[in-house]
Ligand binder design. Structure first.
Ligand SMILES: [Zn+2]
Length: 262
């Protein structure tokens, strides 16, 4: 999980909410709705479900807000950080833009063909599917409120994600909260660990193969970080935080250079 920067609320959602200001509307109703944008000849009807996913994916630069697997519009769900069953007319979490995150679906990077073969996502869910109706109680970290520093570390042997105790202390975030977040979102489900291990192995191999290219280890890692975590690309690489951890000081120097903010 990394910090997510959120763009302003899409105009279409604002218009929809204004249209139904006196009526309670669930997300399931809103997502199917069409709203009129613009006036006169420039007026057009836009579906909410065409706007919200693409904006969330753009904000998160193509990775799941929880597990950091690649997401795109065909494999995607809108996650409500505070679950929708708590929504009321007075406080409608369903339509609260700040409560919406882009999540992987099928969970944790499973592809459609995996779904046909296996019952894994139902037996071993992760991210929003694992969190389900859990009501955030202050312990669960919200990607919108994370510091820009890396709160997680990993185990090369098997790709396990863990709290980075030093980073937590520096950021003033309880290690227990980070561990709790990992557990609630089931971020150590086997398939995610395997994906992360592959990324870790791949980068370590790259560092090894490019030793002769730059004499200084940190500068080499910085160079690789600049290629893998480039700000110019529309998308972040999947498992951004894992890559950041493997490349250590080099990654931090690179992120400082590009004024990384989330
Ligand atoms: Zn995910």
């Amino acid at each position: 999980m990394k910090k997510v920067l959120k763009s302003p609320e899409p105009e279409e959602l604002k218009i929809y909410k204004d249209n139904y200001i006196t009526q309670f509307r669930k997300w399931e109703q809103a997502r199917k709705a069409r709203v009129k944008i613009g006036s006169g000849k420039k007026a057009k009807k836009v579906e909410i479900k065409d706007v919200i996913p693409s904006t969330l994916i753009a904000d998160q630069k193509g990775i799941c807000a929880y597990c950091e697997m690649t997401i795109h519009e065909n494999f995607f769900s809108v996650e409500h950080f505070i679950p929708c069953h708590l929504s009321t007319q007075q406080k409608n979490y369903d339509l609260d833009w700040q409560n919406m995150l882009g999540n992987c679906s099928p969970p944790g990077g499973l592809l459609k063909e995996d779904l046909q073969k296996l019952e894994i996502p139902h037996k071993f869910p992760c991210c929003g599917k694992a969190k389900d109706k859990f009501v955030p109680d202050g312990q669960l970290l919200n990607p919108l409120e994370l510091p820009t520093s890396r709160l997680f570390r990993f185990r090369s042997r098997d790709g396990e994600i863990m709290p980075d105790e030093n980073a937590c202390e520096q950021a003033g975030i309880a290690v227990a909260s980070v561990q709790f977040t990992i557990d609630i979102l089931n971020l150590n489900v086997d398939r995610l660990k395997r994906h992360r291990k592959t990324v870790i192995d791949e980068i370590n191999q790259e560092i090894y193969e490019r030793q002769g290219e730059i004499d200084n280890q940190v500068l080499l890692e910085k160079q690789i970080a600049s290629e893998r975590l480039s700000n110019d690309k529309e998308k972040w690489s999947k498992f951004f935080t894992t890559i950041r951890w493997v490349l250590g000081e080099g990654a931090e120097k690179h992120l400082l250079d590009i004024s990384y903010s989330g």
